[in-house]
Design a protein around this ligand. Structure first.
Ligand SMILES: [Cu+2]
Length: 149
């Protein structure tokens, strides 16, 4: 069992190592460790073999793939049975609301979807997490788009 877990961790690390992230950040809220990873669609299309995202959500749309990975802070267990939504406040003042679909990368149940982050500026990302057991939680990230990816 321990060997299996180590193998899975190694597999996930190698999947992540191959990825150039536009943003990668972890925050802790209400006993949950929440990791945000944003990858540009360009990057995904350049190395489709390294990015399982290429087959997700009906194929790439928009400019970026947003992924949320959730772990229990105490046990380190992946929380794969939550319902996760993202509300994005775009630099032009508009708002985008999307469900983050359950998706499996390297055997882990994560959540994600494609978004349009076309404009330069700050995207305020509010992530609402409703675990199957336990209280709902909210956390915030800021994606600062300063370059063309
Ligand atoms: Cu995905």
């Amino acid at each position: 069992m321990k060997g299996l877990i180590l193998a899975a961790v190694f597999l996930m690390a190698s999947v992540f190592a191959a990825t150039v992230f536009a943003q990668h950040e972890t925050k802790t809220v209400d006993g949950l460790k929440v990791t945000l990873a944003i990858t540009s669609v360009e990057e995904i299309k350049k190395h489709p073999g390294e990015h399982p995202e290429i087959r997700m959500h009906g194929g790439p749309k928009g400019t970026h793939h947003l992924l949320i990975h959730i772990e229990d802070e105490k046990t380190g267990k992946v929380v794969g049975d939550a319902s996760v939504k993202a509300a994005i406040h775009n630099p032009d003042g508009s708002k985008t609301l999307k469900n983050l679909d359950p998706m499996t990368i390297a055997g882990f149940r994560d959540y994600g979807n494609y978004f349009d982050f076309k404009d330069q500026g700050n995207y305020h990302i509010e992530v609402a997490i409703t675990p199957a057991k336990g209280a709902p939680a909210k956390t915030f990230f800021v994606y600062e788009k300063r370059r063309e990816h």
